[in-house]
Design a protein around this ligand. Structure first.
Ligand code: COA
Ligand code: AMP
Length: 628
């Protein structure tokens, strides 16, 4: 059978009997109580997976591997060019650390269902903290370190954590990011206050602890008694991960325990071609969904060795860093964002640094987080002489919607395509009225309900928000928010978002929330933020502001204030560096700002004047400002 036939067979088997497909996958997980029904359509927004089942995710990630003889195998390798450190944690080491930290959290009153926020750099304690929560049946919510205090505060207010786990500092090239002042400011801003904070003191910049509230994480952990795993329902939440929505308020995507464990366990072999004992590296950050799924949970569920990397693709120390890590730890599958490849390509286009390393163990490069531009995919494949697989997914789904599949053999290389739907996803492009479009026609990429196991079943304490965000536009479907098409062969082409979400260096950001910040500046009358094309980061935000009548301060001064304001309110991750003053914004006659038109002008496209425009002169004015 050729590769496509193998895939067709697997996809066909799933379609013929989805419940049997997932029940078989669920055999890879240890359950304390077997499920009553594989899928119960009467529960939640569209049904729930493995209802009646009970398990503990941490047990499946650690304890069962130790009991099964993998205690001395490396579970987590922390490779930190930022500090020059390398630490290996065996499964037994991880069991020891995680069960004691779980004991420490329990000592602070954390029990099943309580929330714990983690605001952490890329240190082992981030993974240990997540797993300790899972061990107790507590719900963790990790907040990416590049977000500012105000963003952290909104997450604290929404999740209402009993405890926050953080560190004294994070390390970025050329600067130490002091987390503690950001944490203190966020707690000050939030109406909800945690009972306690556990702080990892890093030698690069230790911090003051607030007596009565803050505790030294390592001290408390060392003094605690190990805590056993608490079985939870398959449908209980494992974590909340906040992601950008179309409003300023982030969405708390909920992940359950049972479906998540099953989907991630099965994805490791089906997509990535790795088994217990193999080394897998997701070069992402624990603050993003890729980090949750593929630095922490999936590799450990499968009994692999996972790499946690505190560094960058370039500059730590050079553009050979990724290849060094792959060679040193014998990485079999590497997963990263296209932007990281573009950064390496810029600095080492001919692969001179790559040539210094033995990459014979590396089988496949997987890319996601944003669409990979074809030249970068081709460059990577030619240089590595290994298959490059672009696969498409979102925070909401927790694992890939479309991909190539190592288990079925890979499809022919089609740069720019995200592969074919994973078993579990009945994916189609719909027109704006919700009709299925013929193959080869672009539309709203949508998944026929139910979503497969692993996908977020709701938003934290906001079932209604979940329905309105994803399910109500096209009844019976999950709307991904991406535009694209499924072609005649079944290959999927994702072309970009249909909402105001942009992707900056693989980081998902809302232009709406940036507009809210710009609009709060005293001199700004109105504004628009768009994602303009960027050679390295894919997109970068560009802010256009109209000043209030009578303001005549220099543009550079106002622009600098706006850049600083976004950094202060949203954080450095927004990478907002370009704000320009315009006389007016192009609008429709009903007053809607023509953001898509502005974006196309910024990207250098020739734009026909839209018939709905109120005043065509505004396009010329914008063109002049953008070409400056
Ligand atoms: N904590 C604090 N600040 C952070 C941070 C963190 N965890 N992560 C990023 N930042 C800061 C950076 O220091 C930078 O600050 P600066 O404005 O002072 O320079 C800013 O946020 C923007 O960071 P970034 O977008 O990473 O840009 P960069 O120019 O520093 O690096 C790349 C460019 C391409 C090397 C980098 O974006 C990269 O490694 N991308 C891969 C992304 C990725 O893995 N995404 C995960 C999805 S799979
Ligand atoms: P996030 O929730 O941060 O993972 O971002 C999800 C969004 O990133 C998706 O909705 C897409 O817009 C985009 N995205 C992620 N991976 C891909 C990919 N392989 N191809 C195209 N777009 C992608």
């Amino acid at each position: 059978m050729n590769d496509a036939a193998l895939y067709d067979k697997a996809y066909g088997e799933w379609r013929a009997d989805p419940h049997a497909w997932w029940a078989k996958a669920a055999e890879g997980i240890d359950w304390t109580k077997r499920w009553d029904t594989v899928f119960d359509p009467s529960l939640g927004a569209y049904g729930q997976w493995f209802a009646g089942g009970e398990l503990n995710t941490c047990f499946n990630c650690i304890d069962r591997h130790v009991a099964g003889g993998r205690g001395e195998q490396a579970a987590l390798i922390w490779d930190s060019p930022m500090t020059g450190q390398l630490k290996t944690f065996t499964y037994s080491d991880l069991l020891n650390r995680v069960s004691k930290l779980a004991g420490a959290l329990a000592g602070l009153g954390v029990t099943r269902g309580d929330r714990v926020i983690l605001y952490m750099p890329m240190v082992p304690e981030a993974a240990i903290g997540m797993l300790a929560c899972a061990r107790l049946g507590a719900v963790h919510s990790v907040v990416f370190g590049g977000f500012a205090a105000a963003e952290l505060a909104t997450r604290i207010a929404d999740a209402k954590p009993k405890v926050i786990i953080s560190a004294s500092c994070g390390l970025e090239p050329g600067r130490i990011v002091k987390y503690k002042p950001l944490l203190d400011a966020a707690i000050g801003l939030s109406p909800h206050k945690p009972d306690a904070c556990l702080i990892l003191q890093r030698e690069q910049s230790p911090c003051e602890l607030i007596p009565g509230r803050d505790h030294d994480l390592l001290e408390v952990e060392a003094a605690a008694a190990p805590h056993d795993c608490v079985p939870v329902k398959a449908t209980d939440p494992l974590y909340i991960l906040y992601t950008s929505g179309t409003t300023g308020r982030p969405k708390g995507v909920v992940r359950d325990n049972g479906g998540h464990a099953v989907a991630l366990w099965s994805s490791m072999k089906m997509l990535y071609g790795v088994e217990a004992g193999d080394t897998y590296w997701a070069a992402s950050d624990v603050g993003w969904v890729v980090g949750h799924s593929y630095i922490v949970y999936a590799p450990l569920l499968r009994g692999c060795t996972s790499i946690m990397y505190e560094g960058k693709p370039v500059g730590t120390p050079d553009a050979g860093a990724f290849w060094r890590v792959c060679a040193q730890h014998k990485v079999k599958a590497l997963f990263t964002a296209p932007t990281a490849m573009r950064a390496i390509k810029q600095q080492d286009p001919d692969g001179k640094l790559l040539a210094q390393y033995d990459l014979s163990g590396l089988e496949t490069l997987f890319l996601a987080g944003e669409r990979c531009d074809p030249p970068t995919a081709v460059w990577a494949q030619e240089l590595l002489q290994k298959p490059v697989v672009d696969h498409w997914w979102q925070t909401e789904t927790g694992w890939a919607i479309t991909s190539g599949f190592r288990e079925f053999g890979l499809f022919p290389f089609l740069p720019g395509s995200g592969g074919r739907p994973c078993p579990g996803y009945d994916l189609h492009a719909l027109d704006d009225d919700g009709h299925v479009l013929p193959r080869g026609t672009s539309g709203n990429l949508s998944v026929r309900l139910p979503l497969p196991p692993g996908c977020g079943p709701t938003l934290w304490q906001n079932d209604e928000g979940y329905r309105t965000s994803y399910l109500t536009d096209f009844p019976g479907w999950y709307r991904t928010g991406d535009a694209g098409m499924v072609d005649e062969n079944g290959d999927v082409w994702v072309m970009g978002r249909t909402d105001d979400i942009i992707n900056v260096a693989g980081h998902r950001l809302s232009t709406g929330s940036m507009e809210e910040v710009l609009a709060s500046h005293k001199d700004v009358a109105e504004c628009a933020v768009i994602g303009a094309k960027d050679e390295l980061k894919g997109q970068t935000p560009l802010g256009l502001v109209v000043l209030k009548y009578g303001v005549n301060r220099p543009e550079a001064e106002i622009a600098a204030e706006l850049v600083a304001l976004i950094r202060e309110r949203i954080g450095p991750v927004a990478a907002f560096r370009d704000a320009r003053v315009v006389p007016r914004l192009p609008k429709t006659r009903s007053g809607k700002i023509l953001r898509a038109v502005i974006r196309r002008i910024a990207d250098g496209e020739t734009v026909a004047t839209p018939p709905t425009i109120e005043d065509p002169m505004t396009l010329e004015e914008i063109g002049l400002v953008l070409r400056r």
